[in-house]
Design a protein around this ligand. Structure first.
Ligand code: RIB
Ligand code: CA
Length: 314
């Protein structure tokens, strides 16, 4: 039975792949895509979501723009990682789909209230939209099956030595989500850094020989250059689809229950996710935390989803 989800994203090279995995895998019923400022401005992340839906042949899935700024601090984008457009590298067609006029939080509320069963939210970006939803409409919490997010880390960060980008951009929003009482699964860098798009993975996308397959190759080649230049990685970690893969088949992403706190005040550590893996604080677990990835199963699903979307389009 396909799991109904909404992706809340900031495309973003890896967000683009997360959208494709969600749309192309039979285990997911993608109800909507919402966008937020993060990797780039809201205008650009929304335009990019529309470009991805267009090139992937995703129709009938509403796309709504959300928050243009984090809750407290000014927006910081990741132009050094994703480029001026937010998904530099491929040449995308002009979008043939448009965003709906309602705000992402209103679309999320409408979908949650209107869907016959609880819906899984998959944020792959700063958590501003999700925090605003839970704050403005607390009554919808009961309609959320779980929040499976890409963000944080049980170890070091990537935007700062302590903080992962999605959490660092809006720590107050992340704090609201982790303290909301809604079931949260955190797929952090400690696991997503295992989802490396190696030359062997790129060869699998090349072998599809479809327009969408080549778009993925070009996305990953750009991302590879970024991660080699900034972090010395031999292959780029594709973060966001890991959260979608956890929803598709929990065996792909191994998790443990733990208490997660978001650092809001540390001079050097603001935005860090402090994960108490050994229960040292004696606090109840408030999240499932990803600690392992079956990379073979992950890439099988990712490539199969792109193949399915590409076949439907070509
Ligand atoms: O730290 C990785 C996360 O930040 C990913 O979601 C990537 O798209 C960026 O938003
Ligand atoms: Ca993202």
């Amino acid at each position: 039975m396909a799991v109904p989800i909404v992706i809340d994203c900031d495309p973003g090279h890896d967000d683009a792949l997360a959208i494709m995995l969600a749309a192309g895998d039979p285990g997911i019923d993608l109800l909507a895509v919402t966008t937020v400022a993060g990797n780039q401005t809201l205008e650009k992340t929304t335009f990019n979501a529309l470009r991805v839906c267009t090139v992937a042949g995703i129709t009938g899935v509403p796309v709504a723009a959300g928050c243009a700024q984090p809750l407290v601090e000014p927006l910081e984008v990741a132009e050094d990682v994703h480029g001026v457009s937010g998904i530099d590298g491929p040449r995308f067609p002009v979008p043939t789909v448009a965003a709906v006029p309602e705000h992402a939080v209103e679309l999320l509320r409408r979908v949650l209230i209107g869907h016959p069963e609880p819906v899984t939210l998959v944020p792959t970006a700063p958590l501003t939209n999700i925090a605003l939803l839970l704050t403005r409409y607390p009554e919808v919490a009961g309609r959320i099956k779980e929040i499976v997010l890409m963000g944080g880390s049980t170890e070091r960060g990537n935007r700062t030595p302590a903080a992962e980008f999605n959490i660092h951009v809006d720590p107050e929003a992340a704090d609201i989500v982790f303290r909301s009482g809604v079931p949260v699964t955190m797929c952090g860098l400690n696991v997503t850094h295992q989802a490396l798009a190696t030359p062997g993975v790129l060869a699998r996308f090349e072998a599809l020989d479809s327009e969408l397959g080549w778009i993925c190759v070009e996305l990953l080649r750009y991302f590879a250059g970024t991660y080699r230049r900034l972090f010395g990685f031999s292959a780029p970690p594709v973060h966001d689809p890991v959260a979608v893969a956890r929803v598709i088949d929990p065996r792909i992403v191994d998790c443990v229950d733990a208490h997660v706190a978001v650092e809001l005040h540390g001079r050097h550590t603001r935005g860090a996710t402090v994960v108490d893996l050994h229960g040292r604080l004696g606090l109840p677990a408030n999240a499932r935390v990803a600690v392992g990835l079956r990379t073979d199963l992950f890439w099988d699903r990712m490539v199969a989803a792109v193949a399915a979307l590409g076949a439907a389009r070509d």
